[in-house]
Design a protein around this ligand. Structure first.
Ligand code: HSE
Length: 433
């Protein structure tokens, strides 16, 4: 039966995402009412700049006092799209204290201090939904939390940052250098004026922490995630990858250890074979590959950013939370019952592609191979190319079998000490095989 009293929604933030949320709430009002079983009403919009003209939003709803809005007591759902740690954290916990459920797109806060939010939601018997925090419009949180709740996820491997995927794609397909590709990403509005969060992997690391926590039912914080960005990736790396039938992607990788006793979460550039479904994810798209015991391999693909796609995820959560509210129920909360510890990068086991500049003289290859053997790292292939410039140096590319990251680090440290190794040009992990 349809309820006529509307559910009241407070919107915190009215930027690219918030304005789209408000627009869709207005334009899809009848459908939302039918799907929820009650009308939803925008009851207030907290902004920083009240004088800005916001098309389609009643100016009477605009306020700069977000705290007063979440404390009103008649708000059913607070939608938080302001981002950052504070004041978002305090506003969300205050919203719970005053009886509201929360829909948030705040990956930084969830990765940094999700526990505080989950605990506040639990304490007050309210919902905390955050589909929009990871990979924009792509349904990922709900599939992991609900659809795969009966399965056992072993691995999540994803491209969760559109800006860096665009840059690497341009370097691969157009042969652009890193700076040129970054400039293009900035001109097209993908990269921010300060692109650090994207290119240094912070954005992807926050998403990896959230995904790992949900996939493995444990707590994973941003600090637990090993992070390397793409600023050191060169055209030569892309060319090497091509020679191996691979491309380079910035991957977020969350894995259960082989013995099942711990998990790891990491973000770094990696070579993946062109035959892997993630290799064909072009431009600024995101995709996440999930491997589960019973389901097998699943891939989720789509736009990972932007006002409209992110608002789609927010609205999906809003509908779910409103339905729960009408039913006097709550959806899934935090599930951290496994308490699996997060291991450091040294325990990750993978393959490596190492490019060395070496002296081009007898015995060098044997010396290099010995260092790998001494550290227990087995070599799969070696490719050596003498240089035409007659400087007595050669480029040596070694691809290894699977080995612990700590063993590889030890190998590289020892290689650097060899007189015949003039430099380690690049080290890249090889994933997805
Ligand atoms: N800046 C991100 C990206 C989107 O490029 O994918 C927001 O997480």
């Amino acid at each position: 039966m349809m309820r006529t009293r509307p559910l009241k929604v407070a919107l915190l933030g009215c930027g690219v995402v918030g304005s789209e949320v408000a627009r869709i709430m207005a334009t899809h009002a009848d459908d939302l009412t039918a799907r929820i079983g009650a009308p939803v009403e925008l009851a207030g919009v907290a902004v920083r700049r009240p004088s800005k003209v916001r098309e389609g939003i009643d100016p009477a709803l605009i306020t700069t006092d977000a705290t007063a809005l979440v404390k009103r007591g008649d708000i059913d759902v607070v939608v938080e799209v302001i981002g950052g740690i504070e004041p978002a954290r305090t506003l969300i916990t205050t919203a719970f204290e005053h009886g509201a459920s929360v829909v948030s797109a705040n990956k930084a806060l969830l990765a940094e201090d999700g526990t505080t939010l989950y605990e506040a939601a639990e304490r007050h018997g309210r919902d905390l939904y955050f589909e929009a925090a990871v990979a924009g419009a792509i349904p990922l949180i709900r599939p992991l939390r609900e659809s795969l709740a009966g399965d056992k996820v072993n691995r999540v491997l994803g491209i969760v940052n559109g800006t860096t995927n665009f840059i690497l794609d341009r370097m691969d397909s157009a042969g652009s250098g890193y700076s040129e590709a970054l400039d293009e990403a900035t001109a097209l509005g993908y990269a921010e004026a300060d692109p650090t969060a994207d290119v240094e992997g912070f954005d992807a690391a926050a998403k990896a922490a959230i995904l790992a926590g949900i996939a493995f039912h444990t707590r994973v914080r941003l600090d637990d995630v090993h992070r390397e960005g793409i600023t050191e990736v060169t055209s030569a790396d892309l060319a090497s990858a091509k020679q191996m039938g691979c491309t380079v992607k910035l991957l977020a990788i969350c894995e259960r250890a082989a013995d099942g006793r711990s998990v790891t979460a990491r973000v770094h550039p990696a070579m993946i074979p062109l035959s892997h479904p993630l290799a064909s994810v072009r431009e600024a798209y995101n995709a996440v590959f999930v491997e589960a015991d019973a389901a097998g391999r699943l891939m989720f693909y789509g736009p990972g950013a932007g006002g409209s796609p992110t608002a789609s995820a927010v609205l999906g959560d809003l509908v779910a939370v409103c339905r729960n509210r009408l039913n006097g129920a709550t959806g899934p909360g935090e599930s951290a019952y496994t308490g699996l510890p997060v291991s450091g990068m040294g325990e990750v086991v993978t393959r490596y592609h190492i490019s060395l500049d070496v002296a081009d003289k007898p015995g060098v290859l044997a010396q290099v191979a010995t260092v790998f053997a001494e550290h227990g790292v087995s070599i799969d292939t070696v490719r050596q190319k003498g240089r035409q410039d007659g400087d007595g140096e050669a480029s040596l590319v070694v691809v290894t079998h699977r080995a612990p990251d700590a063993a590889l680090s030890g190998t590289v440290e020892a290689l650097r000490k060899l007189d015949t190794v003039r430099g380690v040009a690049s080290i890249m992990r090889v994933e997805g095989e």
